[in-house]
Design a protein around this ligand. Structure first.
Ligand code: NAP
Length: 246
């Protein structure tokens, strides 16, 4: 039996790179997507063409029933989850706080904070030795924004990722005695579509100038850290910065 990994938001970007690298390392992978089925199917096809095992599973991480159904589908089709990667996340248009609507901040917190919490809950029910599980790992995708703050750009996003840092600290201690490790990778600017969807399509082209290493990162460089944390048996509660030195 292959170990099982669920990657939320795995149709493109960091999630897709993580799913593909995980399959190469022997995981059976659940490729979660919200709306872009074609991209998720493409990731599954790439994994299968390489001899790996993967399924695409639709669930919006703001929909509790959909999250529960996703975990049940994975139970049935791949087996009990060993690693959850809380990757799905969004930014929004560049804005000061005094221009932010209630709906914008509400959506940001639901997708970037509530979703990861509920996915973690479902993972813990399956991994925890208290629930008859054999342990596991949760890897969250945070952001360098949580220590930079996002001023003039997206403080709501930065704050949502700050919540992920704190969740990592607390949850890692809460479940450490139950065989579950909880860690977070904090990417800097990475070459994905998130910048265009947040109304900042030029960011990958200009961000390198203010990054000490002089370039932005690639999705595979984040996937590499996620896969390391998935296997790092004595590491929990860690915030791993993969950001070119910002
Ligand atoms: P991306 O290219 O925009 O991809 C985001 C993925 O998340 C898509 O597959 C999307 O699915 C999915 N998604 C969005 N909302 C969802 C929801 N409500 N439920 C389920 N899936 C959802 O983003 P990315 O750059 O790879 O970012 C991945 C993670 O890294 C995010 O948490 C982001 O905050 C974090 N991060 C990124 C950067 C960066 O520079 N790229 C830097 C720091 C942190 P659909 O296509 O189906 O909508």
């Amino acid at each position: 039996m292959k170990p099982v990994m669920i990657v939320t938001g795995a149709g493109r970007g960091i999630g897709a790179a993580t799913a593909i690298m995980a399959a190469q390392k022997g995981y059976a992978v659940a490729v979660n997507y919200r709306s872009d089925k074609a991209s998720a199917d493409q990731v599954v096809a790439e994994i299968e063409a390489d001899g790996g095992r993967a399924i695409a599973v639709q669930a919006d991480v703001v929909d509790e029933a959909a999250i529960v159904a996703m975990f049940e589908t994975v139970d049935r089709e791949l087996g009990r989850v060993d690693v959850l990667v809380n990757n799905a996340g969004v930014v929004d248009q560049i804005s000061r706080v005094d221009d932010m609507s209630f709906d914008r901040v509400d959506r940001m917190m639901k997708i970037n904070v509530v979703g990861p919490f509920i996915c973690a809950r479902e993972a813990i029910k399956r991994m925890s030795t208290q629930h008859g599980g054999k342990g596991g790992a949760i890897v969250n995708i945070g952001s360098a924004a949580s220590h930079l703050g996002g001023a003039g750009e997206y403080i709501d996003y930065a704050a949502s990722k700050g919540a992920i840092d704190v969740m990592t600290e607390g949850l890692s201690k809460e479940v450490a005695g139950e065989g579950i490790r909880v860690n977070t990778v904090r990417p800097g600017v990475i070459r994905t579509t998130i910048h265009a969807s947040g109304g900042n399509p030029d960011k990958p082209d200009v961000a390198g100038e203010v990054i000490p290493m002089g370039r932005i990162g690639e999705p595979e460089e984040i996937a590499n850290a996620v896969l390391w944390l998935a296997e790092a048996g004595f590491t929990t509660g860690a915030l791993i910065d993969v950001d070119g030195g910002v």
